[in-house]
Design a protein around this ligand. Structure first.
Ligand SMILES: [Zn+2]
Length: 159
């Protein structure tokens, strides 16, 4: 099987001369065809990371909801004197609640993209914002931090 045209080249495997257009070295059998397109390795790491960030987002959403819904007048019942500051305090709490809800929605979006292995940058933003959820016993921040680390180490799996 001699190749008349196209010249020759040196086999990278055995060093002998072979036809330029040969797919397989006739001397040593080395295969020059590009290896089958490698699938991206898929693990559950980014999915777990995304779920943790989603949990932090839900926690932030709940806290935001509580802040918006809280009725400062009720604090009277617990012996807290809120005379004269009720409206201001309630406005501040509502504003904080609304901000918390908006931030939590971004956190949730980031977590969702983590689960679907898309938009790595948005997942990181969501995870970082999730750190500010804090939550009871810093649970929200801890969940976000772990999620963030899992997403960061599995960047290769993202589209
Ligand atoms: Zn060869």
């Amino acid at each position: 099987m001699a190749s008349s045209e196209g010249g020759s080249r040196i086999c990278v495997s055995c060093g002998r001369s072979i036809a330029l257009d040969a797919n397989v070295c006739e001397h040593c059998g080395h295969d020059f065809r590009a290896p089958a397109k490698e699938e991206k390795p898929k693990t559950v790491v980014p999915v777990i990371g995304g779920v943790l960030i989603i949990l932090a987002g839900l926690m932030g959403l709940a806290m935001g909801g509580i802040l918006v819904a809280i009725d400062v007048d009720d604090l009277d019942t617990y012996g807290v004197d809120v005379t004269g500051v009720t409206d201001v305090v309630e406005d501040i709490l509502t504003a904080c609640g609304v901000i918390a809800i908006i931030v939590s929605l971004i956190v949730l979006l980031g977590g969702f993209f983590g689960v679907t292995r898309k938009h790595w940058g948005i997942v990181i933003v969501g995870g970082v914002l999730g750190l500010f959820v804090i939550g009871p016993f810093f649970l929200g921040s801890v969940l976000s931090l772990i999620g963030l680390i899992l997403v960061a180490v599995s960047r290769k799996e993202f589209e």
